[in-house]
Write a protein that binds this ligand. Sequence first.
Ligand code: NAD
Ligand code: GLY
Length: 361
Amino acid sequence: MSTPATVEVALGARSYAIHIGPGLLADGPRWREALRGRHALVVTNEVVAPLYLPRVLPQLEGLRHATLVLPDGEAHKTLASASRIFDALAALGATRDACIVALGGGVVGDLAGFAAACWMRGIDFVQMPTTLLAMVDSSVGGKTGVNLAAGKNLVGAFHQPRAVIADTDTLASLPAREYRAGLAEVVKYGAIGDAVFFAWLERSAAALAARDPAAVSAAIAASCRHKAAVVAQDEHEQGERALLNFGHTFGHALEAASGYRSLLHGEAVAIGMLAAARLAAALHRAPAGDAERLAALLSALGLPCAMPAIDPERLLALMRLDKKNLAGHLRLVLWRGIGAAEVVSDVAESTLLAFLGGGRS
Ligand code: NAD
Ligand code: GLY
């Protein structure tokens, strides 16, 4: 068994480690110290529970613990599910020193983290991400939340986990489409801030597409190092953290326009990153060749690149709802080329509309 990699998220007294490697869920001695109190509630879902709960539960011996198995899917990332977590904590007699263990993908992690932020005004939680997207993005950095009928992630809190345990063995059962969607977020780190990592991804695309364990672990560790560095600098997204939204303004609009059905988040981000890169090229802010390198990498990883046929006016209206916008001005994350993302607020809506109308690939 290979040695796990450890990445530190440096946040002073709230610093924590991300452990990445095979066999970690069953390796209690590595992570049990993160559970400081007497009570633990494992929150998971009906897909993940039969696969991975038997690896985790024996490690909790000696604690008063319970498990809450929620239905699967984004539709359950709601206040109603958070309420079920509160009820389970109450039934457990959970006190301030209790810990929630979030075992699952980003939906479980965001929801369980949000409940941890609220219970008794904030208790510990440990992220055990089981999707690639959750390992490289959602489990790290402390953004937690739930959806409302009015929109995604509208209610939430910044609440950092005590530890992240990314057991790469769990990726073996992940459906191919979900795995590829996670790769889009991996590409994002190279695209926004690390041209050397981007070039490594280009060279490793075949190995990553084939889920070669060494390549996958290296990609997760590099992604977590990038995210940890950004979060350590700008925990509450006052500046640099906004760059992590490269591709997301277009992507969120595409997801919303498709009713969150036809595109997975990572697929929408892939299309969105390419749109951002092509817009930057059209505005002469970045080399067109870099956008085409991005297109080639995304394709090699099996990700979609083509903008779906959606009315540009509708997309623009959805982009206006982006949380990054300030005082009615669109703020976009574009790039100056591979490894050099920037926030731009001087793109006229008419320019964007013309691009959306003519920029389909
Ligand atoms: P998800 O949690 O819905 O997981 C995708 C699917 O894979 C689900 O059906 C799940 O049950 C299943 N699954 C999970 N692990 C599995 C495994 N090992 N084997 C087989 N099936 C498995 O989706 P996701 O892509 O992990 O996360 C998306 C969520 O993350 C969204 O709600 C998004 O808003 C959120 N997110 C949050 C942040 C953040 O910073 N907090 C960042 C990005 C995304
Ligand atoms: N996923 C974007 C962030 O954590 O800021």
